[in-house]
Design a protein around this ligand. Structure first.
Ligand SMILES: Cc1cc2nc3c(=O)[nH]c(=O)nc-3n(C[C@H](O)[C@H](O)[C@H](O)COP(=O)(O)OP(=O)(O)OC[C@H]3O[C@@H](n4cnc5c(N)ncnc54)[C@H](O)[C@@H]3O)c2cc1C
Length: 377
């Protein structure tokens, strides 16, 4: 696959960092379940958080492909880190970048590019996940601004964030067409954040509930208006799906690397298990799925970068790459035999972390439903 000089350069430099600083410590980070503040600071210092934003607005002048190369490489090291960085670079800051005013840029967006502040994206509610029209967090217009009431859940980076991009209902009669996005700083009166959830995978990426009780914000914090919210959501979804697919590519590579290393070392009947054809078949399937995932993901990303409509390509890439990651993690645990069941080896971590990929950007049932519709059913 053709790669531009910029793509090769960014991949090389992030890969070097991942090999030196993340992979040797990944197991320790995962065991500790701590939010990896120091390593995130190093990632921020590499300028990664601004990678997909223009230089004249405080970013690095890259594009979505470069951003997803970073996500892929970080996920190869540790999925939880990939998840936190992806949130910061895309969903946590993008709406603010597009619709925020100068003051918000100065005090929130620019510090976020440097890793001094963190943002996150609040859509899901306890009673509204895939069915976004059921969102009940209410934004009501007042004389001088808006009042927000409601609760969001499954907010990635919720516990560490300094500001929230919150999807609210402004007109319940309009259902999904009444949704708009609001900017809410964490220190606003009425905002409260739960303890981090105890999760199956990506344990270093912190997730929580965030609730809003009579939160009063100025009118300028209403980021989208007059139906722009739904349009914004659909426009950013393709990139979110590509990003998830890139994270899945990273996880496939990690699972395959670990499986090959183990298959070379582990002996049975006097030979490395990698000499047996049934083990080779598993690794070959991992390699084929990985290649197909990369092609689909980076093809969709080229379309995102050229602003070509690609909801179907992005959905297919997310669906395929994530299913392939689940399959690769499963094969990896089998190649490890009993040690695939041990918390001391990486196979179990890959297996748990694949679950992170299944929901964000649309569950596979929703993606399959949409893909079938888009191809004509
Ligand atoms: C690790 C993690 C991080 C997340 N981070 C964020 C975040 O930062 N911000 C945020 O807003 N949300 C976040 N989410 C939430 C995520 O977006 C939702 O989980 C997702 O939208 C699905 O919603 P739900 O979990 O409520 O499932 P539901 O919508 O309740 O679905 C439950 C099951 O029913 C199936 N289903 C639903 N409708 C249909 C249908 N019409 N046809 C067939 N099957 C159907 C689904 O596919 C699923 O299998 C995160 C979730 C996870 C697990």
């Amino acid at each position: 696959m053709y790669r531009s000089d910029a793509e090769q350069l960014i991949r090389k430099s992030i890969a070097r960092f991942v090999d030196a600083e993340i992979i040797p410590n990944a197991q320790e980070y995962d065991n500790s379940k701590e939010y990896p503040k120091e390593i995130l600071k190093k990632i921020a210092d590499m300028g990664v958080f601004g990678i997909r934003y223009p230089k004249d607005r405080g970013g690095c002048g890259g594009n979505s492909t470069l951003f997803c190369i970073v996500c892929e490489e970080l996920a190869r090291g540790l999925m939880g880190l990939g998840a936190t960085v992806a949130m910061q670079c895309l969903m946590g800051t993008n709406c603010l970048f597009i619709y925020g005013n100068e003051d918000m840029h100065e005090h929130y967006f620019l510090p976020a590019m440097k890793g001094e502040k963190f943002g996150c994206f609040c859509m899901t509610e306890p009673e509204a996940g895939s069915d976004m029209g059921a969102v009940s967090t209410r934004a009501e217009k007042t004389n001088d601004g808006w009042t927000i009431n409601g609760m969001k859940t499954w907010v990635t980076s919720g516990p560490i964030a300094d500001f929230y991009t919150v999807m609210c209902q402004t007109n319940p009669a309009k259902k999904i067409r009444g949704l708009e996005f609001f900017f809410i700083p964490r220190d606003t009166a009425g905002v409260s954040v739960s303890k981090p959830f105890d999760t199956l995978g990506t344990v270093t990426s912190k997730i929580s509930e965030v609730s809003f009780t009579n939160v009063r914000i100025p009118d300028a914090f209403c980021l989208t208006r007059d139906g722009q919210g739904t349009g914004y959501l659909f426009s950013v979804l393709a990139e979110i799906r590509c990003m998830t697919a890139a994270l899945a590519v990273g996880l496939q590579r990690a699972a395959m690397d670990d499986a090959i290393r183990y298959a070379r070392e582990r002996q049975a009947w006097g030979k490395p298990i990698g000499n047996y054809q049934l083990i080779q078949a598993k690794v070959a399937n991992m390699a084929v799925n990985l290649e197909a995932s990369k092609l689909m993901t980076y093809n969709a990303l080229k379309m995102v970068d050229r602003k070509i409509e690609c909801k179907n390509e992005a959905s297919m890439a997310k669906y395929f790459a994530t299913e392939a990651a689940c399959s690769a993690a499963d094969s990896c645990t089998r190649i490890y035999g009993a040690y695939g069941y041990s918390m001391e080896y990486p196979a179990q971590r890959h297996f748990r972390d694949t679950r992170f990929l299944l929901n964000g950007g649309g569950t596979h049932e929703i993606l399959q439903t949409n893909i079938a519709k888009w191809v004509g059913l």
